[in-house]
Design a protein around this ligand. Structure first.
Ligand code: BGC
Length: 768
């Protein structure tokens, strides 16, 4: 099967030609989302071929009971899942009584899908020859409104090409929906009400256990040559409502069907009033109509791009890829609602349960901070603050006490909700990323006020956890951290993972630094938090004893930190020496063999060098990079971006570029052969970082932006923008020079090691 069938284009994702084998891949690639809901690009009409149906609502989840072979104390009780929600896109089409189904058509010609990322609109067109020989032209336009984020719009046009025909549309809502990944083959929705009011249909359904109530709705309109048709028949079942419309169209005359549909949920409205609220919404929507909604959509996306776009000249595939990444990140999370977060697959599939991982703090925060604003970034932090109580409960379940907080590796509501102990649960390093995000946010936005308000309590909980989790080793006369999994999930239950130990001591020191600063500058908050957390000087001293005497595995001979105790006992054969047929190893090797091997799934020790770059010299970085990268298989989508950034910072642009390509076109070219399951959303933020932090060399140091731009030899130029403390800086890089342009007042920054001041509207040119 052809993996890279997407036609290169600056602004669009394009597929040409219908191939049944690629339907599921394209369903992922052409997914739509608006931050509040999202859906795979399933066909509206009936399709009897292989498909993966998916429609999801932000924040609506189900705690599926964990399935493990042998239950042990401390296991998370459930695995939370983003739910496949009732479907509203369905429109069955019949021509002279014969059903349109691309799987059974005699032929499908001129098939084309276009995802116009500039406008946030997805179109599909084709000429189908039905089994009877009747030929029809179909054009479909669909979008999920950014402005009215409960609403999606479909325009479905059918034109008979052979002769005059009777065309029937059955537009429906269906709540008999299932998740592919249920642990116990259960259905997760109870349908409460199925209702018709005139041209409008409603299904009210509620999730089991979590009781999220959702009104899925539709309003339809069929028109041929200015004549509007009424509903002919209503098909109503327990979990289904369908309105049948019929019309006749002359040869080459178009029957135009419009559907306004979506979800109104108890997440945002009173439970008992969902239908009422929906009717109110539909009044507004239908008065606007298709064209007006489309116009709004284009304007709203233009606004997103105005700030978030990255341009690349000289490489269409790279340009298409970076825009695809930025587009998907914006489809997944808008930052409007601190209850929502970013699932690794966004709204494009079920894997990873749509839950929040350390990915948000470690990979996504910088993107939203720089392309939106401090408020959006603050919402991402607040999400964790709001879940602090649960993080404390999580730690208590494992035997920690006195307010120690262990944030979950995977969560929907603050509770740990994953069913793999060693691979996921033991990754306690995530606590570090959550503290690091607070630091990263404050250093970028200068909003230290977040710390006394919320962040400090989180930092205290985390510091307490590390203090209690470390063990004093008499043998080493140091504190050690035993039984963990680092970011490299191909090693489980190891002792003294360098990254974990390092970030643990850093968290403690940062918590202490923040405590001191809050004490001096925010004394009221300090007292409140001090009392609330029951903290004492004595406890802080104990934390610091751990931080200052932390053990790091080190090889004197190689002059490097070891990923964990005993790493050098492994058979150190590099990845390059492996037979290509055995890769990816996670699809070819037993777990036993993987665990014993030296192969690293994703940046681990190097993740530490990425976060704490300024704690190490360039020589140290080069030594560690040269040692670890050759053992790294990059089998997590989060791996290439960090390596790209580190390679760029070492001036190794060829490496940086190779890694960049891999991260940016991971899904478009289906490197990991799994795009049919959904897209890798969180690593898309890593792609953005590869350009801005990698090639652009953007860093924060001493309250100031630092740039050190380089450009891959394959590109003519590239540009990006960052919102830095309310001022917008545009950076355009070519092999000769860097141009800086400011929208704001004035900004002092460092470029190539030299301090400069950029004034509003005056372009500054710096030679490379
Ligand atoms: C990675 C984790 C990541 C998760 C979700 C895994 O494959 O190893 O680091 O958090 O995917 O993206």
């Amino acid at each position: 099967m052809n993996q890279d069938y997407i036609v290169p284009d600056n602004w669009c994702i394009i597929e040409e030609g219908f191939e049944k084998d690629r339907v599921m891949q394209s369903e992922s690639l052409f997914s739509l989302g608006n931050g509040a809901m999202g859906q795979r690009a399933n066909f509206e009409e009936h399709y009897s071929g292989k498909t993966f149906q998916g429609s999801y609502i932000g924040g609506v989840y189900y705690p599926d009971k964990t399935k493990v072979g042998w239950w042990k104390n401390g296991y998370p009780e459930y695995f939370a899942k983003v739910l496949n929600a009732p479907s509203w896109i369905g429109i069955r089409v019949k021509v002279n009584g014969e059903e349109l189904d691309l799987n059974t058509c005699k032929s499908v010609r001129n098939f084309k899908r276009v995802l116009n990322m500039k406008e946030g609109v997805y179109t599909r067109s084709f000429v189908a020859t039905l089994p009877s020989g009747m030929e029809i032209q179909v054009n479909v336009t669909r979008f999920l409104s950014l402005q009215y984020d409960e609403v999606g719009v479909i325009r479905y046009e059918v034109t008979p090409l052979t002769e005059k025909a009777t065309i029937t549309f059955e537009s429906y809502l269906d709540s008999s929906i299932e998740n592919h990944d249920t642990n116990w083959e259960e259905k997760f929705w109870n349908t409460l009400d199925v209702k018709q009011v005139g041209n409008r249909g409603f299904i009210v359904a509620e999730t089991k256990k979590t009781a999220f109530r959702v009104c899925t709705f539709m309003e339809n309109r069929l028109e041929v040559n200015g004549v509007v048709s009424n509903i002919q028949k209503v098909n109503q079942k327990e979990n289904y409502i369908g309105f049948v419309y019929e019309t006749s169209a002359e040869k080459n005359q178009t029957a135009q069907f419009e559907k306004y549909a979506g979800y109104v949920t108890s997440f945002n409205h009173p439970k008992e009033k969902l239908i009422e609220e929906t009717e109110y919404l539909l009044l507004k929507i239908s008065s606007l109509g298709f064209e007006e909604l489309l116009k709004d959509q284009k304007e709203d996306w233009a606004e997103v791009w105005q700030m978030a776009d990255i341009t690349i000249e000289g490489d269409v595939k790279a340009q298409q890829a970076i825009r695809f990444n930025i587009f998907q990140l914006n489809q997944t999370y808008s930052g409007k609602d601190a209850r929502l977060n970013i699932g690794p697959k966004g709204f494009t599939g079920e894997k990873y349960g749509g839950s929040t991982y350390w990915d948000t703090e470690a990979y996504c925060l910088p993107f939203y901070m720089a392309t939106k604003n401090a408020e959006v970034a603050r919402n991402l932090l607040k999400y964790r603050y709001d879940q602090l109580g649960k993080a404390i409960e999580n730690a208590e379940k494992l035997g920690f006490k006195s307010g120690a907080a262990l944030y979950p590796m995977v969560t929907m509501n603050g509770e740990e909700c994953h069913n793999e102990w060693e691979i996921t649960f033991e990754e306690i390093h995530r606590n570090g990323a959550i503290a690091f995000a607070i630091y990263n946010y404050v250093r970028y936005t200068n909003d230290f006020a977040y710390v006394p308000e919320m962040g400090l309590e989180v930092l205290i909980g985390i510091a307490r956890f590390w203090h209690q989790r470390a063990t004093f080793s008499k043998d080493k006369n140091k504190y050690v951290i035993l039984g963990v999994t680092g970011p490299n999930e191909y090693e489980n239950n190891i002792n003294n993972n360098f990254y974990t130990n390092y970030i643990a001591q850093w968290c403690i020191k940062y918590a202490k630094e923040c405590l001191d600063k809050v004490k001096t500058s925010y004394s009221n908050d300090f007292e409140r938090v001090w009392k609330k957390t029951n903290l004492s000087e004595n406890e802080i001293e104990q934390w610091l004893a751990v931080a200052e005497n932390m053990y790091y595995p080190y090889s004197e001979e190689l002059n490097i930190y070891l990923q964990q105790d005993g790493f050098l006992d492994k058979e150190l054969i590099t990845v390059a020496e492996l037979d290509k047929k055995e890769r990816p190893i996670n699809q070819h090797w037993s777990w036993d063999r993987i665990l014993r091997s030296p192969y690293i799934k994703q940046a681990d020790t190097l993740q530490g060098f990425y976060f704490f770059e300024d704690h190490f010299t360039k020589e140290e970085l080069a030594r560690h990079y040269d040692f670890y990268e050759p053992f790294t298989v990059h089998e997590s989508s989060l791996s290439p971006c960090v390596h790209s950034i580190l390679a760029a910072s070492l001036g190794r642009m060829e490496h940086a570029y190779t890694f960049y390509l891999r991260t940016s076109r991971l899904d478009l070219d289906d490197y990991n052969k799994e795009v049919h399951e959904g897209l890798h959303i969180t690593s898309m933020a890593g792609t953005w970082m590869s350009i801005v932090e990698g090639f652009g060399g953007l860093r924060m140091r001493n309250g100031m932006l630092h740039l050190n731009p380089q450009i891959p030899s394959q590109w003519k130029s590239y540009s990006f923008k960052v919102n830095f403390r309310g001022q917008i800086l545009k950076v355009s890089v070519s092999p000769k020079e860097t141009k800086l342009l400011l929208e704001g007042i004035s900004l002092q920054l460092s470029i190539n090691g030299k301090d400069v001041t950029v004034e509003n509207g005056k372009e500054m040119i710096v030679s490379l």
